[in-house]
Design a protein around this ligand. Structure first.
Ligand SMILES: Nc1ncnc2c1ncn2[C@@H]1O[C@H](COP(=O)(O)OP(=O)(O)OP(=O)(O)O)[C@@H](O)[C@H]1O
Ligand SMILES: [Mg+2]
Length: 462
């Protein structure tokens, strides 16, 4: 549960994480230093305030006790300020009750030391909630303290004090400074992390391009901080090695495939001298199969799609021709789709891709249902069969070059394992996708989606 909450709070991007850590750390540090500073300032402020207040009260008490009784009430009123309310009465406003407020006790002690025992008899201070304070002064702030000073003649000078007026202001100020600091960190943090993030993004983009068909390799710029420069150099060296490895292997495979043609041609000649017609036919079939495999391998290695120019073609016609040819060859292949679906593409390459899919459906599924659905953005071609399908875990791996499933190998149905590789290569070169799925009722469904952004005309429904 806690882990889930933390995972939810913990942001996904590096920038947000760095800013969050910076913010949390600096806010804690800032709040801590404000707190320490506040304690020190509060103590100093309290002492100064207390001193001033005690002197003000003591001076008022001395001045009032020096006056005749009929002028005392008027003087008490005249000496009152916004922070200190004074009233002269015959009775004390506060009872002589103990309290445990150390600030009041400290002010009491200071007052006691300031007032000579001959001018006053007693000093009582306490919270405003006690005695008749409200009755005498009216309702007031809860931060107030009240007091009563017994003058030499037995009359009383009552007082009420408002304190801590500056605390709220300083709290506002610290809140403001914390917010300003957080905003500052946010802006600076985002700026710094964006800069740090840039090489990471470039790495991700460059790595994505490694080995992608038809995409030139991305060379990382070898600049920036030392760590980034080193990483970029290592990445570029790695990419060069991969490139060389692929080129070497490709050339070796292409050379072998190509050189096999000569012994195959010789074998074919020699097969002509075999007397037994059945054996001769069997040898010829095997040689045909070998030649087809070599052709497919060479086509794949040359990346045939790249050389063919783009032009407007009718995808519906291409598919219908393929289906008719397969049906003529005695296979159960059905076609449904619009009469026309024009698309700017490389038609020879696309035809090869769909031929490979239909060939698979016929070879492994016993027949094919081919459909075309053209909407405003996409042309969707489905090639479905009722065969055994492909185990879920192999649905992606069958696209790898020369990958054939075990049962296909055992069946001896020929094939080089390049049909799907080439089909996907062609479809992706057109900006489309090819996915395989097992159908709910059994069999395989190959779905090709081609973007219509290059379409030159609309499909005409049947
Ligand atoms: N419709 C399908 N039903 C069942 N398995 C299939 C189907 N299509 C492909 N496969 C499996 O995927 C493997 C790879 O297919 P792919 O077309 O790439 O090669 P291939 O058909 O063996 O040879 P090639 O197409 O080069 O002649 C096949 O060997 C087969 O095992
Ligand atoms: Mg195939």
């Amino acid at each position: 549960m806690i882990r889930r909450i933390v995972a939810w709070l913990w942001p996904d991007t590096l920038a947000a994480r760095v800013v969050l850590v910076l913010l949390a750390g600096l806010t804690l540090f800032h709040l801590g230093s404000i707190w320490l500073h506040q304690i020190g300032t509060d103590a100093a402020l309290d002492t100064t305030q207390e001193e001033q207040l005690a002197e003000q009260i003591a001076a008022a008490a001395r001045a009032i006790s020096a006056q005749p009784a009929d002028r005392r009430a008027g003087l008490a009123h005249a000496l009152s300020t916004a922070n200190l309310d004074l009233r002269w009465t015959a009775e004390p406003v506060l009872p002589a009750a103990p309290h445990n407020d150390h600030r009041i006790a400290s002010l009491e002690a200071r007052l006691g030391s300031l007032l000579a025992p001959d001018s006053v008899r007693q000093v009582r201070l306490g919270p405003t909630g006690s005695g008749d304070v409200v009755a005498l002064f009216g309702p007031g702030s809860s931060h107030a303290i009240a007091g009563a000073i017994a003058l030499a003649d037995g009359t009383w000078l009552n007082l009420r004090v408002l304190r801590f007026a500056s605390a709220a202001v300083s709290r506002h100020a610290s809140l403001l400074s914390t917010t300003a600091m957080a905003l500052g960190i946010l802006i600076v943090g985002l700026f710094v992390v964006r800069n740090l993030n840039r090489p990471l993004r470039q790495f991700a983009e460059a790595a994505n391009r490694v080995g992608a068909p038809g995409v030139p390799p991305a060379i990382m710029p070898e600049k920036g901080p030392r760590e980034v420069r080193h990483a970029a150099q290592a990445f570029n060296r790695m990419q060069a090695r991969i490139d060389r490895l692929i080129t070497d292997r490709t050339q070796a495979l292409a050379a072998v495939s190509h050189d096999l043609r000569t012994p195959i041609a010789r074998l074919r000649l020699r097969a002509g001298f075999v007397d037994d017609a059945e054996t001769q036919h069997a040898i010829d079939t095997d040689l045909d199969e070998m030649e087809a495999m070599i052709d497919a391998t060479l086509a794949y290695l040359r990346g045939e799609t790249e050389s063919e120019p783009r032009r407007a073609a009718d995808l519906a016609a291409i598919l219908e021709t393929l289906c008719d040819a397969a049906a003529d060859a005695g296979h159960a292949v059905r076609w449904t789709g619009p009469r026309q679906a024009r698309l700017v593409c490389r038609p020879v390459a696309l035809k090869r891709a769909f031929a490979n899919l239909i060939d698979n459906a016929v070879k492994y599924g016993g027949g094919a249902q081919v459909s075309l659905d053209a909407d405003a953005d996409t042309m969707t071609v489905g090639v479905e069969d009722d065969g055994p399908g492909i185990p879920e875990e192999a649905l992606e791996s069958v696209f790898e070059p020369f990958r054939r499933l075990e049962e296909s190998r055992n069946r001896g149905s020929g094939g080089s394992g390049l049909g799907l590789t080439i089909a996907r290569q062609v479809v992706e070169a057109h900006g489309g996708t090819l996915v395989l799925e097992n159908r709910a009722g059994g069999g395989l469904a190959a779905t090709v989606r081609l973007p219509r952004s290059l379409a030159a005309g609309d499909a005409v429904p049947c």
